[in-house]
Design a protein around this ligand. Structure first.
Ligand code: NAP
Length: 493
């Protein structure tokens, strides 16, 4: 933590340097606060856009919307930016705003403990083989919701003797050319890399548990001329961003309160499937039997055509076990494979805190979340945890619009928390139990009527069916709600 700081300026520890951590750090610098450090376990910034390097990794939200509002990028080369372009954008942000001196790379926060006597957080940092302890007045967990890859709990997975990796830890040193490859999962990641690896492998067995709803992805290059226009007339890019925002925002109405508005997109998606997959048997396997929007609607224009290729088999019989040399389905059929790619998503629900977090009076965030499910107030504060703030905490995910918008809303909110602390001359603020309970009761009530609770299995829901991942509705309502701290919802000390 930087030592020199004006009296009264809090020491702030940010955990993670993805969109959330970088955005928060830029905000602090703009507020004139330099007494902060970003602890990053990896050796580069970028978070999910640094880690997910599978072939074809790209954003499914348009580039002009998937960026900080204060740092537009007129040079996006495609309407849906690739992973490498988004990573380069985040590296650019870190450079432009001079964040390098504030980032501790290779430093993993293993624990944060609030000391009741001094009202200060003690952080345990693991760096290589060594450990250090640092103090902070404020902890901002910006470690991302989709950062813990989930390997499937399939019997025998540990004894597979071929190559096995998760899509979020792609092994580019392993040549897929000429190999027989199994892919488990047909979610957002799989539909992006399957079309890329299909031409390279000899045989692809794609194991699908649930078919996703898919819409075409209108991805195309952004011409040099358009990029020049955005550079010369920044207003043109701002207008485009606004148009994209409202176009996406309109979908929330259907997701949350007017499911009948789904009829049009449902018919469109089925017609698209029919157009792209002429084989009736394959089409039947790819037709979802649950409500459009219940799971994340995926965008792809090359997934269906890839599945129609002769070297692809779509397997819909459940996996029974993994053998040393392949996969055995519950009908007893054994498929020998050289490699298995698990595109099986991330641990989001029914998991504890991302690192040990001990709040006031020994409150243990991990134990609490494992018992009751992840829960926070505005996805940012947690009762019992003074001066502990999260970005992309529980129920801040979106199924319909840009997460960067939510991240910026939370950053602005945390900035207002810091201003509120300074204005009141307080050292700590803690959301009250009552405020957190009331907030979550309302939230769950709204979620109850949403399309996400209509009976499908998704990472939005815990095993008990509680949605702890998504914000129920319009993102501008969240922005409005996070504009100012409601001081009556917090206790100050
Ligand atoms: P995902 O969408 O959760 O998909 C996981 C897939 O694995 C599902 O098809 C799931 O089947 C299957 N699966 C899980 N466990 C299995 C098991 N034991 N046996 C068989 N199949 C199993 O995960 P993801 O593709 O990594 O995406 C996660 C999230 O990351 C997305 O929803 C999105 O928010 C984000 N993402 C975004 C982008 C982007 O373009 N911006 C790209 C990639 C990911 P079921 O459906 O039956 O559960």
């Amino acid at each position: 933590m930087p030592a020199a700081r004006p009296a009264g300026t809090p020491r702030i520890a940010i955990v993670g340097s993805g969109f959330a951590g970088i955005g928060m750090a830029i905000c602090l610098k703009r507020m004139g606060i330099a007494s902060f450090a970003i602890y990053e376990a990896a050796h580069d910034v970028g978070g999910t856009w640094r880690d997910n390097v599978y072939p074809g990794a790209a954003c499914d939200i348009p580039s002009h919307l998937y960026s900080f509002s204060f740092e537009p990028n007129p040079s996006w080369t495609r309407t849906f930016a690739s992973q490498s372009e988004i990573l380069a954008y985040l590296q650019h942000c870190a450079d432009k705003y001079g964040l390098a001196p504030f980032i501790r790379f290779g430093a993993r926060v293993s624990a944060a403990r609030f000391d009741d006597a001094t009202r200060v957080w003690q952080l345990d940092i693991v760096r290589g083989g060594s450990r250090e302890r640092v103090e902070a007045d404020i902890v901002i967990a910006a470690n991302g919701a989709l950062s813990r890859p989930a390997l499937p709990a399939i019997p025998g997975i540990e004894r597979f003797a071929g190559k096995l990796f998760h899509s979020a830890a792609w092994d580019h040193d392993y040549a897929l050319e000429g190999k027989t490859v199994a892919v488990i999962g047909t979610g957002a990641s799989a539909i992006q890399f399957v079309p890329r690896i299909q031409p390279r492998v000899a045989q692809l067995h794609l194991f699908q548990r649930t078919p996703p709803w898919i819409m075409p992805r209108p991805d195309r290059p952004i011409s040099e001329r358009a990029q020049r226009l955005f550079r010369r007339f920044p207003m043109s890019q701002r207008l485009l961003r606004h148009a994209l925002y409202w176009q996406h925002e309109a979908r929330a109405v259907a997701f949350v309160s007017h499911p009948r508005l789904m009829k049009g997109p449902t018919a469109f998606s089925l017609a698209y499937l029919a157009r792209r997959v002429p084989d009736a048997h394959l089409r039947e396997k790819l037709t979802p039997d649950y409500r459009f929007g219940c799971k994340r609607v995926l965008l792809s224009s090359d997934y269906y055509p890839a599945l129609a290729q002769p070297n692809v088999e779509l397997v819909t019989t459940a996996i029974g076990e993994i053998a040393t040399d392949g996969i055995v389905t519950t009908d007893g059929r054994h498929r020998a494979v050289d490699a298995i790619v698990c595109a099986t998503g991330f641990q989001v629900n029914d998991v504890g805190a991302p690192f040990t977090v001990i709040g006031a009076n020994g409150a243990d965030l991990d134990a609490r979340w494992r018992r009751d499910g992840p829960e926070a107030y505005l996805g940012t504060s947690v009762a019992g945890f003074p001066n502990f703030f999260m970005i992309v905490g529980p129920n801040t995910g979106l199924g319909h619009n840009s997460m960067v918008y939510m991240i910026e809303s939370q950053i602005d909110y945390i900035a207002d928390c810091l201003r509120t602390l300074a204005r009141r001359g307080a050292r700590t603020m803690t959301v009250t139990d009552a405020a957190q309970r009331a907030f979550n009761e309302r939230l769950q009530h709204t979620l109850h009527r949403s399309v996400w609770q209509t009976g499908c299995r998704s990472w939005y829901l815990s095993a008990s069916g509680k949605n702890t991942a998504l914000w129920p509705g319009l993102s501008f309502v969240f922005k409005h709600r996070t504009r100012r701290v409601r001081v009556r919802d917090y206790s100050f000390a």
